[in-house]
Structure formats: C-alpha cells, structure tokens
Design a protein around this ligand. Structure first.
Ligand code: IFM
Length: 453
C-alpha cells in the first residue's frame, strides 16, 4: 500500500495516491525509515501491470502510472468535475499528467542512492526504472529539428493543461532514462544472470536501449544556456505577464480570480514547476541557474496547491534567502494548523507536511547525498536557535545538531560503518560514536572545533 494525498485523515481525493507520495513525502521516509519507503515503493511495483496497461491504452510502450491511483493502480482520476453552477468541467490530468512515471523513477533512484538496497533493486526497482524509461522513449517524438519533443502534457503547473515540452517533464524523463541505463549497466556487470532473465522477460535488447540513449541526449530541455532560464514549456514566455502583487490579500486561487481561460493564456503558475525541477536535480545546475529561475518564477507563482509553498521554501533556503524561506515554511504549516486553504476538514495535506520536512532538512540544514556520505549546508532562519534530526544513509544512522550564533554543527555517527561528512570546504571521515564539531567563521568558512566521543 501507499499513502494517499490526505493520508487516512479525510476523504478529499478519496484516498488516491498522487506524485505527492514519491516527490514530497518519500524523502522523509527514505532518510529516516527506509523500510517504510521500500514498502511504499513496492506499491508501485504491485501496480506496474496497471501502468503497463495504461501506457498501451494510450498507444505507448512501457509503464505510464495513473495520475490518481488506488488499490489496483488503474487510473482513478475523475474525467470531469461539477463547477459552482453545476457545469461540467473536464479534468485532463488522468490522460495528460505523465510526469508521475518519472517522479516514481526519481524516488526509486533516490532510495537506491540513500540505501543501496540491492534486494529491492533486483526485486522491483530495476524493472520499474526500465519500464518507465521505455515509456518515455516511446512518448517522445523525433521532429524535423533533429530533437525529441514531448507534446500535449500537463506539467506540475496544472493551470496550463495542454502544453508542449514542459521542462520539468522532459528533464525528468531524460533523467529517468539515464537512471535506467545506469542500472542496466550495473546489473550487467554485477548480476549477469539476474540481468539476463530480466532483460529476456522484458524483451529488451541493445538496439532498444541505444534508442533510449538517443532520446535522452536529444530531448528538448527548455534551458537557454545564455540566460540560464528554463522556459516552463514551449511558448510560455510569450504569454501575458500578470503582476501577482496587485492581487495581494486575495483569498481565492488565481485561476478563480482571473478565470481559467485568462489564466491559461498568462504566465501565472499554479505551483512549483521549474522550481521543483531545480530542487530535484539542482546539483546538475550551477548556482546562477538556481538564482535566475527562482527570481523569474517565484513572483509568477500563485501557490494554488499546498505543495507549492514548501517547495519554494526548500529552494529559497538553499539559496540562503532565509527570511523568505521561513515565511513560506510558516505559510505551509498554516495550511493545516490555521486552515488557510479552507479545506482542512477534508484531511491533512500530507504532501505539504512532507514538504515541510524537506524545507527543514534539505533546505535549512542543506542535506544532500554524496557518493561517499552526506553533505550539509546549513542556513538557519534567525528565529531558530537550534535544530536536531536523524538521518539514515546506507545502514548508518547519523544525528545532526545545528545551532546559531555563530552557526555550529555537531554530527554523530550513532550506528554503522565510517562515512564521509562534508560541510563547506571541510570533509571528515566520521567513525561510530564520534561527535564531529565544527563552526562557521565570520568569513563564512567552516572550521573544525574538536572531536570527541
Ligand atoms: O498532486 C497534487 C497536484 O500537484 C495539485 N493538485 C492536488 C494534487 C493532490 O495533492
């Protein structure tokens, strides 16, 4: 089983599982309770047959997961909703919001990086990665410009519900293919027999995988290397630019204020889209790209989903914009605590709560995975005196404590083999029971204070 968009606390979305689980909630489990993360990912393995059927029914290969999923994994997104005047409003997410397949692949990859759980990979993870990669290779089309395109999708910003080359979808799709190819190489080298039987069962051959590589390399990304700006989708920059500051104090979402048609023709973004991409794959882009895109998209985002403020909080914190990050963090907490979206009776916004954890740990504490351990880059909001949290990494358990003024870090390895901890320019091989202490000097550099047990 998995966790629905309101967990078990209310009936909004009828318990259906969305990308909220893999992208917003799962990091918490992966880094603190990997067995639970594994169980939740196994739900996607049990529902893989339904994802294959969905891809096939739309004319594609591989696995396309349901946008809304329940016990069997069949598509459960309602095809329409009734509007305030009882008019029928079509809902296209079930047929066009395809990024969920790449989101699931991303979560598997992250789980694999954090745990090195080979049995999960062999039992389920590799097959999902390969089948979702196969979907993207069939979904993308080669056009006269010599590039692959993915047309007619809905990205995370659902105000624009039929777009071409959504940067988030395309870059995540390319990443999905890249991970599948890496895993195929790894299994081929280290688990030859298992690889051969999986390959035969999926009728995969070298030619097909070479095609995946082509798609990955030539898929349009929307990134302009000169400006550093991603275009959220083809044509986004030509849409009407609306100053959201003029609507400060509104209580209704922007698509209600402007109407769906004008919103669709504008640059008003429902929720983190390019910004989400930079959170997930940020390590691949230089800081200038993070800054440029945050400055462009943040003022254009109406936060029409509870998932949006925590995502912005993560990136704002990573960029060191701690006041703004703290404000977005508080706004996220208020969604359930103060019922600021007016729908708390339908259940807690569990994805946003996962986002709060991410804002604290991946944002303010700046936790990142590295090949040999973890990296921390703390930026605490001035009103926080200290934070302390556990992290699990490849069968180790680490306790991190951060305090201000000045910024200090204590890291303890509570369980497991030695591992590397990285902060600023400092890197330390931490052994079990050891407490590694460092302090940030006034020039911003980190300095080791002392070690002890
Ligand atoms: O998955 C989200 C989507 O991103 C925005 N609308 C609500 C869904 C469920 O939380």
């Amino acid at each position: 089983v998995s966790v629905g968009a309101r967990a078990l606390t209310g009936d909004i979305y009828k318990g259906h599982v969305f990308w909220d689980t893999e992208i917003f909630l799962l990091p918490f489990y992966t880094f603190t309770w990997p067995a639970a993360a594994r169980a939740m990912l196994m739900y996607r393995y049990h529902t893989l047959p339904a994802a294959r059927t969905k891809a096939e029914s739309l004319g594609y290969r591989g696995a396309l997961y349901a946008w809304e999923s329940a016990d069997t994994g069949e598509e459960t997104t309602p095809p329409f909703a009734l509007g305030p005047q009882r008019q029928i409003i079509p809902i296209h997410n079930g047929v066009r919001e395809h990024h969920i397949s790449a989101d699931i692949a991303y979560a598997i990859w992250q789980y694999w990086q954090a745990t090195r759980d080979t049995s999960f990979l062999l039992e389920a993870g590799a097959e999902i990665l390969l089948e979702t990669a196969r979907f993207w290779a069939s979904r993308a089309q080669l056009e006269d410009d010599g590039r692959y395109h993915i047309r007619g999708v809905i990205g995370p910003d659902e105000y624009h519900d039929d777009v071409d080359d959504n940067a988030y979808t395309n870059v995540m799709a390319a990443f999905n293919i890249e991970c599948a190819l890496k895993i195929a190489r790894l299994l081929k080298q280290r688990q030859r027999d298992r690889w051969e039987s999986l390959r035969a069962r999926l009728t995969l051959d070298a030619e097909e995988m070479a095609h995946w590589g082509e798609v990955q390399a030539r898929l349009i990304t929307g990134l302009n290397p000169e400006t550093g700006l991603f275009e959220q989708f083809a044509g986004f920059f030509s849409l009407e630019n609306i100053d959201l500051k003029a609507f400060t104090g509104r209580t209704a979402p922007m698509d209600v204020v402007l109407g769906p048609e004008r919103t669709r023709l504008s640059q008003v973004v429902k929720q983190a889209d390019v910004i989400m991409l930079l959170i997930l794959l940020g390590h691949r882009y230089e800081p200038r790209i993070h800054e440029t895109n945050f400055d462009y998209y943040e003022p254009r985002t109406g936060h029409g989903s509870s998932l949006s403020p925590p995502a912005h909080a993560v990136l704002a914190a990573r960029l060191g914009r701690v006041e703004l990050a703290k404000q977005l963090f508080d706004e996220t907490a208020a969604i359930d605590l103060d019922d600021t979206m007016g729908n708390a009776a339908g259940g807690v916004h569990i994805g946003a709560l996962g986002g709060l954890w991410q804002a604290a740990i991946l944002g303010f504490a700046g936790l990142q995975l590295e090949n040999v351990g973890i990296r921390l880059e703390p930026h605490l909001p001035p009103s926080w005196r200290r934070m302390s949290f556990p992290v699990q990494w490849r069968r180790r358990r680490v306790r991190v404590r951060i305090e201000i003024e000045p910024l200090r870090l204590n890291v303890t390895l509570e369980r497991g083999q030695p591992m590397s901890i990285h902060v600023g320019e400092l890197r330390h091989q931490l052994t079990r029971g050891e407490i590694w202490k460092c302090i940030q000097r006034s020039d911003g550099a980190w300095q080791e204070v002392n070690r002890g047990h």
